[in-house]
Design a binder for this molecule. Structure first.
Ligand code: ZN
Length: 139
């Protein structure tokens, strides 16, 4: 797949406002975007650290993926996202290698990225997200 870089690290938090304060006041980063992804039942906050971002995720629904994660494991690192090209081909490639996929086809994530998750049972317990920046259709 040869990802170009780690696009972001997703961190599950119970209180987005409190978590933002740590990244701003202690690490000195700036939250540049807060976005709700209804499909994923999360509210996200983003910080840039070089080419990589930190994505804080607060659940908006206990039955959603972050709600369930926090109930099982508590707060902490939820996933690591790699930036790739031709995400559809990468998913077929992974599937051909016997890697279980959560998303057989990419869907829309935060920040206009196309995203897809590999199943953690196939990746030594780490939830891995692939993402690709597609050009926005110009109006
Ligand atoms: Zn993510």
């Amino acid at each position: 797949m040869k990802p170009s870089h780690i696009e972001h690290i997703g961190i599950a938090v119970t209180n987005l406002e409190e978590a933002i304060k740590f990244y701003e006041n202690v690490l000195g980063l700036t939250c540049y975007n807060i976005e709700e992804v209804a499909d994923q039942k999360v509210k996200t906050a983003f910080f840039r650290v070089g080419e990589t971002k930190i994505e804080l995720l607060q659940s908006t629904d206990p039955a959603g993926p972050i709600g369930k994660f926090i109930e099982k494991k508590g707060e902490g690192i939820h996933h690591i996202a790699f930036m790739v090209e031709k995400i559809e081909e990468q998913l077929i490639h992974a599937s051909n290698l016997g890697i279980a996929l959560i998303d057989a086809k990419p869907r829309k994530g935060a920040e206009g990225l196309d995203i897809a998750f590999l199943h953690p049972k196939a990746t030594s317990g780490v939830l891995i997200e692939l993402c690709e920046k597609k050009e926005m259709p110009s109006k």
